[in-house]
Design a protein around this ligand. Structure first.
Ligand code: COI
Length: 354
């Protein structure tokens, strides 16, 4: 499919201070759009000036949340090149989400190419300071003007770009996490393994309550027994207990993070013992009691590697290690961001250059 490009004739002023980019505050001059109509498939791929999208008030996405999205990043390398980190994995995961939400599958290779083209058009927006990148947000939503509950026959695939800094204002400094006991994010058989808006809507109440008492995010436990660790608000989670690095196994209610996958591969290549297994919150607290809980950190595209300083569960607050940035967390952050920005040789074949 051809991608038609219409250039923005009124480009915006780019943010001048890269140290205050934050996350998701600025959007570039262009966006990618293609439409799906039953009988026709995906068609009309185009890059157009960034602008509001007109929707019928009855558009199904507004009523029943038939929506999926992805999060990925483009980086400027030290020699001025542009690169993406494992974009094919994001497009494959988008199709996993599509399948669960009855959304027509996309052509993964074509979508990677479309994203590359869009990033190329808006390349002047890619920030260059350490810790910054161009966040890429592909999303698909149902637009049929129909308030009956059925899979849509008409959808839009859109990609927008946002120059970003750290997801958390504290940067790489450890975050404080509240272990959620009242609310549930997802259960097996539900949509927890997909990237769909509803999962994040389900998390807002707990997140809001945790923030009000001073926590950055919540740690979700399994929705049935409320014992086993699943994931943190916008990240997968890892614990280092003794000499074992543990992350919850992908049980059906956990997002299969691309940073998670990369951290596992990287740690294994360096000889770490990594287990993907069931891990109860009690086991973490017991390990802390015995002095074995060395590090905990979250992983995600937006959050990269985010060390965890404290947990509160059942009224008891514990500090992980010495409460600072652990050695392994720092190594992972340096290596992953080093590969992403071209400072470290990519021995894993994770990078796609534009
Ligand atoms: C990402 O890490 O890219 C995400 O999609 C998390 C997000 C909800 C900020």
């Amino acid at each position: 499919m051809e991608i038609k490009i219409t250039k923005n004739t009124a480009p915006k002023q780019k943010p001048t201070d890269q140290s205050t980019l934050g996350f998701g505050k600025y959007y570039t001059d262009h966006m990618f759009i293609m439409n799906y109509d039953e009988g026709q498939g995906w068609h009309d791929a185009r890059i157009v000036p960034y602008a509001p999208i007109q929707l019928d008030p009855a558009a199904m996405c507004l009523h029943y949340g038939q929506e999926v999205f992805e999060g990925m990043k483009a980086y400027k390398t030290v020699d001025g090149g542009i690169q993406l980190f494992r974009p094919e994995k994001n497009m494959a995961r988008l199709n996993v989400s599509n399948e669960r939400l009855c959304i027509p599958l996309i052509d993964e290779d074509f979508c990677v190419e479309a994203i590359k083209k869009l990033v190329e058009v808006d390349q002047e927006w890619i920030p260059t300071q350490p810790g910054t990148s161009l966040y890429i947000r592909p999303f698909i939503f149902a637009i049929d003007p129909h308030v009956g509950v059925h899979p849509a026959k008409h959808l839009m695939f859109v990609v927008i770009l946002s120059p970003v800094g750290n997801y958390y204002p504290q940067g790489l400094n450890p975050v404080d996490i509240y272990v959620e006991q009242n609310y549930v994010r997802a259960v097996k058989g539900g949509m927890g393994f997909t990237k769909t808006a509803g999962n994040y809507a389900a998390s807002l109440k707990a997140q809001d309550e945790a923030e009000k008492i001073g926590y950055t995010q919540v740690l979700w436990l399994d929705g049935v027994e409320r014992k086993y660790i699943e994931e943190v608000g916008t990240m997968n989670v890892f614990f280092i207990i003794g000499d074992e690095v543990i992350t919850p196994e992908l049980s059906g209610s956990i997002l299969s993070g691309i940073t998670r996958m990369s951290v596992i591969e990287l740690l294994k290549s360096k000889g770490y013992k990594v287990s993907e297994r069931r891990l109860s919150i009690q086991e973490v607290y017991d390990a802390h009691e015995k002095g074995l809980l060395k590090e905990a950190f979250g992983t995600g595209t937006a959050a990269v590697i985010s060390p965890i300083g404290t947990f509160e569960w059942n009224g008891k607050k514990i500090t992980v290690g010495d409460g600072g940035i652990g050695e392994t967390s720092q190594m992972l952050y340096d290596t992953i961001t080093g590969i992403q920005c071209g400072r470290i040789k990519d021995e894993f074949n994770w990078i796609q250059k534009i």
